[in-house]
Design a protein around this ligand. Structure first.
Ligand SMILES: C[S@@+](CC[C@H](N)C(=O)[O-])C[C@H]1O[C@@H](n2cnc3c(N)ncnc32)[C@H](O)[C@@H]1O
Length: 214
């Protein structure tokens, strides 16, 4: 997600400190960031935060961490959470950083469900390793996701979807559910849309989704 540099970005992020996790210096139990221990849901590449804020409100019985590597984008997500309509969610925290460092921040098997929403497709073959469903990333996820935990993927990009299915197979992961038209599937009514999802579906683009068991 490209974005013009935010004015006063550092000050605006500092104003959201109460819901921001500083990247830990060693792998930590994510439950320590929350008042109550609950199952832990992690979104990687949260963008402007629509999904994380919506899911944290819809499922208050879960703890949520939203990770974003671009600080100016994370700033908008943080402010969205701080200004949430009903109340500031106490079950949602943000982490500014890159997914490649996941195992340096989270202890093994601490995540119940990991979400990848509209991840950058990196269409050039030479950049395949940067795709967040490349086997290199899937092995990192395997370290932090609990055995029996889940990865949930949504994308508008058919090539990325097909590539992801191949990578799940390479890593011996079983796809429990998949669709090539999420909004006309049996999961449509529970779906919380992301910003990209809303933009793509308004243009008539179908949304692909898969749920993968670890
Ligand atoms: C195409 S945007 C989608 C944003 C949002 N998920 C949505 O659906 O509206 C992808 C986001 O993932 C972030 N991202 C990409 N690679 C990442 C990584 N390795 N770690 C953390 N965030 C990443 C980008 O900065 C960008 O904000």
């Amino acid at each position: 997600m490209r974005m013009r540099r935010k004015k006063h970005g550092a000050e605006r992020i500092a104003a959201c400190a109460e819901i921001l996790i500083s990247p830990p210096t060693e792998a930590s139990d994510p439950q320590t960031y929350f008042a109550m221990p609950h199952s832990l849901h992690l979104e990687i590449g949260c963008g402007k935060g629509d999904f994380a804020v919506g899911m944290a409100a819809k499922y208050p019985e879960n703890n949520w961490i939203a990770m974003e590597r671009v600080s100016d984008v994370a700033c908008l997500a943080l402010e969205k959470a701080m200004n949430a309509k009903d109340s500031r969610p106490d079950n949602l925290r943000f982490l500014i950083g890159d997914a490649k460092n996941l195992t340096e921040w989270l202890i093994p098997h601490s995540v119940d469900c990991l979400y990848l929403n509209f991840s950058d497709p990196w269409p050039k073959k030479g950049y395949a390793k940067r795709r967040l469903t490349h086997q290199g990333f899937l092995e990192l996820y395997r370290t932090v996701i609990k055995p029996g935990g889940m990865l949930k993927l949504k994308t508008d990009n058919e090539s990325l979807f097909d590539f992801s299915l191949e990578q799940f197979a390479v890593c011996g992961l079983s796809v429990e559910w998949q669709t090539r038209d999420l909004h006309r599937s049996d999961k449509a009514s529970d779906n919380i849309m992301t910003e990209y999802e809303r933009n793509f579906s308004e243009k008539g683009q179908v949304i692909y989704s898969a749920w993968v068991r670890f």
